[in-house]
Design a protein. Structure first.
Length: 289
């Protein structure tokens, strides 16, 4: 079973920027996630993006900010040509100077737990900057690679990040986050990688806590703080996401899918799938076929 985790070294450069078009790109892009930020800016046509189960249709002038460790897929539901910019970078390169500004990784994880995560923007949301011009400037720097281009790019990405924080602040979205030590963050990230690679096996939260040299209660607290759900819920979510891919892209029967994704049996898979997607796996497959 392919991993959903996409290693950060899959970036071929510190910042990548390229066009995705209906002429050159084959959709759908199956569900996956990675440790870098991905920005999609729609110029023409439309695509449908599913982020952590939330479906959003991007229209011209829309920007979708996809945080790290966010399961997402992209599909094309009509025959109209599309074109969008895609920019990828590591958020660890963004330096916010003021102490009161939030830890970005923790903030992104908190916001993804909201019923309607605020990661979709339009050009009208940005006050004081032209979003198309800002993204085009980043795009041009990546393509031309002039002297000092990375400094220029990160400066613009920092400005864009601050504009996004201001939008959230003006909307009354809480930006204060409880700090988590770098060591704890690193340990939990390693566990998340392990979960993705071994999700088909019998995973016990107590064993995962021991991998981090943490007590069960402290591990549960840190994991929930960073991901907004329990470790057990997260394991089930990863298994269901892999089951969704198998439903869409293979002809495996439900028993085989249940076995390959770590569910005890077919009934267990159906029960968990229906709780998250509100339809049965069979109905889901038929609908998307």
């Amino acid at each position: 079973m392919p991993d959903l985790f996409e290693y950060s070294d899959r970036l071929n450069a510190p910042v990548e920027a390229f066009y995705c078009t209906s002429e050159k790109m084959h959709l759908p892009v199956g569900a996956h996630w990675h440790y870098f930020v991905e920005i999609l800016y729609m110029e023409t046509g439309s695509v449908t993006v599913v982020c952590n189960g939330l479906t959003q249709q991007l229209m011209p002038g829309d920007m979708l900010f996809i945080p790290p460790q966010t399961v997402h897929s992209i599909s094309w539901l009509n025959d109209q040509p599309f074109r969008y910019k895609c920019i990828k970078y590591s958020p660890s390169r963004i330096r916010l100077v003021e102490d009161y500004l939030p830890n970005l990784n923790i903030l992104f994880n908190d916001l993804m737990q909201r019923e309607d995560p605020p990661f979709r923007f339009s050009v009208e949301d940005f006050d004081g900057i032209s979003l198309p011009d800002q993204l085009e400037a980043i795009f041009s720097e990546v393509q031309q690679r002039k002297y000092g281009y990375l400094t220029c790019i990160y400066s613009r990405l920092t400005e864009l990040t601050l504009q996004i924080l201001r939008i959230w602040y003006n909307r009354g979205i809480p930006l204060q986050t409880e700090p988590i030590t770098d060591a704890d963050t690193y340990s939990i990230q390693n566990v998340v990688i392990y979960i993705d690679k071994h999700s088909h096996e019998n995973l016990l939260v107590d064993d995962l806590a021991k991998m981090c040299n943490m007590s069960y209660s402290y591990f549960a607290k840190v994991f929930h703080r960073q991901y907004g759900q329990s470790c057990k819920q997260y394991i089930e979510f990863i298994r269901l996401t892999k089951a969704e891919n198998l439903l869409l892209f293979t002809d495996h029967d439900l028993s085989a899918i249940a076995e390959e994704t770590g569910f005890s049996d077919c009934s267990h898979l159906i029960r968990c799938f229906k709780r998250l997607y509100h339809i049965t796996p069979k109905q889901y497959r038929l609908f998307h076929r």
